[in-house]
Design a protein around this ligand. Structure first.
Ligand code: 13P
Ligand code: SF4
Length: 315
């Protein structure tokens, strides 16, 4: 670490104290941000942390929809996103108008939105979920009810498979996870026959990988898990090598939590440019200038709160 970085981290530390701020970081953030944060975790854990903090300021090192979720859960706090360009291609894949039109086609259907959606989409939803609890959320809905699940088609397919429940699934995808394909996984598995594969349900390889594993044609066992689930599983399992199918930022966390194990990215180029927009300089500037505040208008927040609270309560 060079002297500038050390000074910058010290400056952030002082500002964090004087502003009475908590710094939350997603598992895909750059290592320096993960190390600096008060708490690093997946979408569900970060939402819960935001809801329970007693600090008046939350610096959200993640992407815009995460800061919005924190704003809905904590309307009295100041939520800062260090770079407003930190968006999400998956969240962009459905607009409120598209959702309203979809709902009109299926009156009475229950709308389940993945957390990777805007607050306006959440305000049009009955339940929100994350990759950690999507299965439990769908299981909590009476079996006779029709479900509209959005926006991720790979997560939707995984939930259908695990619950045995047929849903209407929006055809959205995350460009980073969709680029993690079954061929790469298969090739890496051949090189590491004693490894286990940990796959995020947003990945394009999830369905084909499960199919290949079911047919006995994939040489390693697989587990479909949220980012936090991967960290936990790797630390607890007896396996030494893991093939990791998600955004590469997670590898830093995994190596910290299980330093004696080996982690191999299924696609080393699977890097989210939105997550990587957050840098130490921008976190310092966020605290110095109290920028950029993400505040969900109260009329939207009021409607988004119940589905988000259902999400944080389940699983
Ligand atoms: P989780 O951290 O909830 O698994 O979500 C991954 C993700 O894509 C966030 O952008
Ligand atoms: Fe969105 Fe994909 Fe980036 Fe996650 S990894 S923030 S889903 S674009």
């Amino acid at each position: 670490m060079n002297a500038n970085t050390v000074d910058l981290i010290a400056e952030i530390g002082e500002l964090r104290r004087s502003r009475e701020a908590v710094i939350l970081a997603h598992n895909y953030q750059i290592p320096e941000i993960q190390d600096l944060a008060d708490f690093t975790g997946d979408s569900l854990a970060l939402s819960r942390q935001a809801a329970r903090t007693d600090k008046p300021v939350i610096v959200f090192c993640g992407v815009h929809f995460m800061a919005e979720t924190a704003s809905v859960l904590c309307p009295d706090k100041q939520v800062l996103l260090p770079d407003l360009g930190a968006g999400c291609s998956l969240a962009e894949s459905i607009s409120p108008q598209q959702l309203r039109k979809w709902k009109a086609q299926f009156p009475g259907a229950v709308v389940v939105s993945y957390v990777n959606t805007s607050a306006e989409i959440k305000a049009e939803s009955d339940y929100c979920c994350t990759s950690s609890n999507a299965i439990q959320v769908v299981q909590a809905i009476p079996p006779e009810r029709e479900i509209l699940f959005l926006p991720d088609m790979f997560l939707g397919a995984h939930v259908e498979r695990m619950t045995g429940r047929k849903m209407h699934v929006w055809m959205g995808e995350c460009h980073v996870h969709a680029g993690i394909d079954p061929e790469r996984l298969d090739l890496l598995a051949q090189h590491h026959p004693h490894a286990e594969a940990l796959i995020h349900p947003e990945c394009g390889c999830t369905t084909p990988a499960l199919y290949l594993a079911g047919e006995g044609r994939l040489s390693v066992p697989i587990k479909v898990l949220s980012t936090e689930g991967m960290v936990r599983y790797a630390a607890e399992s007896d396996t030494q090598d893991f093939l990791v199918a998600t955004e590469v930022g997670i590898l830093h966390r995994m190596r910290q939590e299980a330093p004696n194990k080996r982690f191999h990215a299924v696609n080393p180029r699977a890097s989210c440019r939105f997550m990587k927009r957050i840098t130490l300089d921008k976190v310092r500037d966020a605290l110095l200038r109290m920028q950029f505040e993400v505040k969900v208008p109260e009329d939207v927040a009021e409607r988004a709160r119940l589905p988000i609270e259902r999400m944080t309560a389940i699983g």
